[in-house]
Design a binder for this molecule. Structure first.
Ligand SMILES: Nc1ncnc2c1ncn2[C@@H]1O[C@H](COP(=O)(O)OP(=O)(O)OP(=O)(O)O)[C@@H](O)[C@H]1O
Length: 254
């Protein structure tokens, strides 16, 4: 794994009106690593993800991709960058009026010009990568279980062969068995495709199963970034209660 950061957040400030969510967030995500972001409810995990994706404009600070500031990119550079991203939002955000295959084809049709049969083949390949059988292709989102919806959302996120994958609460709403299977899938994708993955989660089991490092957000900043084993010894009270509480200890043992 390279230590060169693919994403750098420097001194990020975000606000909604007079409410400051982030006040000096610094974070580096290395190429090829799986990084988790944890923090209490309302601590600003999703807003941080949105800022990194350029969906929330920073009120201060800067976000860099491969050393280039997001705010200084031309529209073409930005579009090229977005092609390298795959995003799985909370709730999967599938288009309800499209089948699973049509959902996967949306980004492919938007960004690449290929014969329809080839696009179809690519969509089938992505279905398989996300662990869905071909029979899921013609189903509508309303016909899928929660776990299948997540996989369909993941297949769409993988549509353009991203090198960075962003996942917001990937296992939220899944039963423990489906969540564990999804964790395994994320880990497998990171290994086989060499993806850099940034994920927001509350799920301690996901952190243990999937993440190389975890960033903790509290008091409007990233207060620690480390392996879980190291964080378990961190003196900050929130980190102590998160990793050292009954659930944290149980996840550490498993
Ligand atoms: N569109 C918005 N308008 C106003 N305030 C917002 C908006 N989006 C988020 N916030 C506020 O920003 C803060 C951080 O929200 P965020 O969703 O990032 O928290 P989170 O850490 O992801 O929480 P959770 O774990 O509960 O999902 C919260 O106080 C929230 O109310």
């Amino acid at each position: 794994m390279s230590t060169r950061p693919v994403i750098e957040v420097r001194g990020l400030v975000t606000r909604f009106g007079s409410h400051t969510v982030h006040d000096g967030v610094d974070l580096e995500v290395r190429r090829g690593e799986v990084m988790g972001i944890v923090g209490g409810s309302g601590s600003g995990k999703s807003v941080l993800l949105h800022a990194i994706l350029g969906l929330k404009k920073p009120d201060g600070g800067e976000i860099f991709y491969d050393g280039k500031a997001l705010s200084r990119m031309s529209a073409d550079e930005r579009s090229a960058l977005e092609r390298r991203w795959g995003v799985l939002f909370q709730g999967s955000a599938l288009f309800s009026s499209l089948t699973v295959k049509e959902n996967i084809l949306v980004p492919i049709r938007e960004h690449v010009s290929l014969p329809p049969a080839l696009m179809d083949e690519i969509a089938d390949l992505k279905l398989g990568l996300a662990g869905l059988g071909i029979e899921a292709a013609s189903k509508y989102p309303s016909e899928l279980s929660g776990g299948m919806k997540k996989r369909a959302g993941l297949a769409r996120a993988l549509a353009l062969d991203p090198d960075v994958l962003f996942l917001d609460e990937p296992t939220a709403g899944l039963d423990p068995i489906s969540a564990a299977a999804f964790d395994e899938l994320i880990r497998e994708l990171s290994r086989t495709l060499g993806l850099t993955i940034l994920l927001v989660t509350h799920d301690l089991d996901t952190l243990h199963a999937v993440c190389d490092r975890v960033a903790v957000i509290a008091e409007k900043r990233i207060i620690a970034v480390d392996t879980i084993a190291q964080l378990a010894n961190h003196p900050h009270p929130w980190i102590q209660s998160y990793f050292g509480g009954p659930r944290g200890r149980a996840a550490l043992r498993s």
